[in-house]
Design a protein around this ligand. Structure first.
Ligand SMILES: Nc1ncnc2c1ncn2[C@@H]1O[C@H](COP(=O)(O)OP(=O)(O)OP(=O)(O)O)[C@@H](O)[C@H]1O
Length: 226
């Protein structure tokens, strides 16, 4: 289907250490292009585990994952890495910024890797993204010298740099105060509505989830509500 962004079918995942544990139980759902979706559930229900599979970073699962019409299950790691860099923007719970590099360099990096645009254009876009997130004045500071909330905003600016079809966030507003949570929420809402980018955000924030287009709720590894 043309407007389908992501589809998972009969997804099951087990951890085998310290003992066998069925962490995701027969999960199936579809997400449309441009949907803004919250992934909720109690601590330990499997949200991060599911998000890592959706983002193609974890390939140890049963079932199938399709993004933008491309079946990704079973693809070799190098092809998945290239697919991720081009099509998925990811905001991690722990930012994984390169600490010695400036905020600007961190934002530019995924675009430099893609080698599709001239450096000047990438720099301009990176500065534009930092401005969008209200931290352009921090552009030249090294990431290690930024506060947690500033680092989180750099991570979001970086996730947007390649204009990915899907943006996935694990608690993307977890370190932000209510004002900056609102700013990030509004940015996501606009990206989804106006550019057709799909957003999937793990969140514990009920207000955030209530304002998304749809909520997927996990309980003990099962999808109990969508
Ligand atoms: N590598 C692993 N090996 C074994 N068990 C794991 C592993 N990673 C996670 N788990 C377990 O799987 C379950 C789901 O973990 P997950 O991190 O997906 O939960 P979550 O819903 O994201 O929780 P939180 O809201 O606290 O971040 C938990 O019981 C956790 O202890």
């Amino acid at each position: 289907m043309e407007d389908l962004s992501l589809s998972v079918k009969n997804l099951n995942k087990y951890f085998y250490e310290p003992q066998t544990f069925h962490v995701l139980k027969d999960i199936s759902f579809d997400i449309k292009k441009g949907e803004f979706l919250a992934l909720t559930g109690k601590s330990g229900s499997g949200k991060s585990t599911l998000l890592y599979i959706l983002s193609t970073m974890d390939t140890a699962y049963d079932g199938s994952l399709t993004i933008n019409g491309e079946v990704l299950t079973g693809k070799p790691q190098n092809e998945l890495a290239a697919f991720r860099n081009e099509h998925i923007g990811f905001v991690f719970q722990f930012h994984y910024l390169l600490p010695e590099f400036s905020a600007l360099d961190n934002v530019m990096l995924p675009a430099l890797k893609l080698e599709k645009r001239p450096v000047e254009e990438i720099k301009e876009k990176a500065l534009e993204n930092l401005k969008l997130l209200g931290i352009e004045d921090q552009a030249l500071k090294s990431a290690s010298k930024l506060s947690g909330g500033q680092q989180q905003r750099v991570a979001i600016a970086r996730a947007l740099i390649n204009e990915p079809a899907i943006i996935m966030g694990d608690e993307p507003t977890g370190n932000l105060d209510s004002k900056n949570t609102r700013i990030v929420f509004d940015i996501f809402r606009e990206l989804a509505a106006e550019r057709g980018q799909t957003i999937i955000a793990v969140t514990h924030d009920d207000d955030f989830a209530d304002n998304c287009d749809r909520t997927l709720e996990l309980m003990d590894g099962k999808l109990i509500f969508q």
